[in-house]
Design a protein around this ligand. Structure first.
Ligand code: F6P
Length: 549
């Protein structure tokens, strides 16, 4: 029993019904499901905004979906959803509201936190960002020496890096090509070195992105960047023209030496991994321009509205979240692959890794008790065609069940030459061929019919039955990117709600941070750090010896 008097998840009748159903279904075959229902390929689909979501190639029947929806109802997913949209403090361990959806609310919306409407502040910051982005793009905002800004370097990590870096790549075709954008996150000095080595300090703008402004990697890199700038320009006053900050922490920003007039704020009710549509997106806004940025926000909003209002059976984030629960909890799947068939989405899965794994990678439930069911999966993947020649072998013929999302587009981006645009059909032929092969495989008889010698038949047989979701849109526009991100944000929300996980804190990253601070003097000064375990102590000694210390 939970504190709220409800049964724990895996003791609910809805959970038991799903477990029983799973047993009864046994090794259900996709081939059979499609034979039994010729309309499955069009029936098991959803439309959300510009996204066509096909979930027909899943190991589910109408009954499975019904039972999964019952589980969602029993765990009150929509109740928690409504509390989130209303601005209630559903991030209980940090006592915060969870309102990334307010970042894309229309100007006239009213969303209150502690009795205050937050929407005017959201739009005031967006307007300031638009003004600043416009001035950088036009050349009106100049560096300290009067030269125009040609390079923008975002310094941040986690949510203050992955989102803008991913979206910049995704929308590359919409970016100002006369500006150079770099994203520095790693505290490894090589990252900043490679980002700056060919840049002219007089033409470089640093955007220091950090919600807390205490993150050691970001503060260290920003300090080094400031030294690099001042070495070249020799005047402290240059900082004001070359550094802006994106943060919730004005005090720390000003302690760092950035004028708070050059700070774009956001709020504690925006989680880091849900933040790139806030001020954290400033580098992206400079790249694509304020209008395109707003189009992207409109895209987010389309899916927010859908998630808020669509009935369970037509609610795409709910259905995708439930399918994930089905494999994670009733098929023992350990991971989930996201495979975009777009070069521009090369960083999309890395972005989703933080979104999903930092949100739902937890073994303690919202009730403070250990869960005894599986929670968030390992999320992984890279652009599809490259994966085909690397790890798809394991998905097709390995021993693990790996549900996968395939994301593709009907049109290549407009900028491509006719010749390169013509390659798009080949790309998409691979996209469709892979999900077909994964689902339906190739039987031994089909292999034999091709004249394959008997001893090779088992090797050339594909068992199939590998479940996939296909997400198809016309083109990767700013709006479509916003729609995709919101779709996954809400999918992750659904799963956290069902698993009774607090998806909006991240205490699990703290211990490593604390230990790193403690270990550093052992590396630099050979200090005898109390509490170092014997293995780490020996490794530190080996490191010092290798460094000649
Ligand atoms: O350490 C994890 C984390 O707190 C993430 O949740 C966050 O996105 C990242 O660090 C960066 O934090 P900040 O924006 O405060 O620098």
């Amino acid at each position: 029993m939970n504190a709220d008097g409800r049964s724990r998840l895996n003791q609910t009748p809805e959970w038991s019904a799903l477990a029983k159903h799973r047993e009864e279904l046994g090794e259900v075959r996709l081939r059979e499901l499609f034979e039994a229902d010729p309309d499955r390929g069009t029936g098991y689909t959803l439309q959300v905004g510009d996204l066509y979501v096909d979930y027909s190639k899943h190991l589910v029947t109408d009954e499975t979906l019904r039972l999964l929806r019952e589980l969602a109802a029993a765990t009150d997913v929509f109740g928690l959803r409504d509390a989130m949209f209303r601005g209630e403090r559903i991030n209980t361990t940090e006592d915060r509201a969870v309102l990334h959806t307010a970042l894309r609310a229309p100007r006239d919306a009213v969303i209150e936190v502690d009795g205050e409407n937050v929407v005017p502040a959201v739009h005031a910051v967006l307007d300031r960002m638009a003004d600043f982005a416009g001035r950088v793009r036009s050349g009106e905002w100049t560096g300290h020496t009067g030269r125009r800004i040609r390079n923008v370097v975002n310094i941040g990590i986690g949510g203050s890096d992955l989102g803008p870096a991913m979206a910049y790549e995704a929308l590359r075709a919409y970016t100002a090509r006369d500006l150079t954008f770099r994203f520095v996150s790693n505290v490894d000095g090589a990252d900043l070195h490679e980002a700056l080595r060919d840049l002219d300090p007089a033409e470089t703008l640093f955007i220091v992105a950090s919600k807390t402004f205490t993150t050691i990697e970001t503060v260290t890199n920003a300090t080094s960047a400031r030294a690099w700038l001042l070495d070249a320009l020799g005047d402290e006053k240059a900082v004001a023209r070359h550094f802006v900050a994106l943060s919730t922490n004005a005090e720390k920003v000003s302690a760092f030496g950035i004028d708070t007039a050059n700070m774009f704020e956001f709020w504690d009710w925006v989680g880091g991994r849900y933040s790139y549509d806030s001020a954290i997106g400033l580098s992206l806004m400079i790249a694509i321009g304020p209008d395109r940025f707003r189009e992207m926000l409109d895209g987010f909003r389309i899916v927010d509205d859908h998630f808020r209002t669509a009935p369970p059976e037509a609610n795409a984030p709910l259905v995708m979240g439930l399918l994930g629960v089905w494999y994670n909890n009733f098929h023992d799947a350990q991971s989930h692959a996201v495979l975009p068939y777009s070069h521009y989405l090369s960083k999309f899965t890395a972005y989703l890794q933080q979104l999903d794994m930092e949100s739902n990678g937890k073994y303690v439930g919202r009730d403070g008790r250990e869960v005894d069911w599986q929670t968030g999966p390992v999320v992984w993947g890279t652009p599809g065609t490259n994966g085909q020649h690397a790890y798809y072998q394991l998905i097709h013929q390995g021993t693990k069940l790996i549900p996968a999302d395939f994301i593709g587009f009907a049109e290549p981006v407009e900028e491509l030459s006719d010749r390169l645009a013509a390659q798009h059909d080949l790309l998409m032929a691979n996209f469709f061929a892979q999900t077909q092969a994964l689902a339906f495989g190739k039987t031994p008889d089909e292999v034999r019919a091709e004249g394959v010698p008997e001893e090779l038949v088992p090797h050339k047989t594909f068992q199939g039955n590998h479940p996939t979701t296909t997400i198809l849109a016309t083109e990767l526009t700013p709006s479509v990117l916003g729609q995709l991100v919101a779709l996954y944000e809400h999918k992750v929300f659904v799963q956290g709600a069902i698993w009774n996980i607090g998806s909006f804190d991240q205490w699990g990253v703290e211990l490593g941070k604390v230990l790193a601070k403690r270990v550093e003097p052992a590396l630099t000064e050979g200090a005898d750090v109390p509490g170092l375990d014997p293995s780490t102590k020996a490794l530190v000694a080996a490191y010092r010896e290798l460094r000649g210390r």
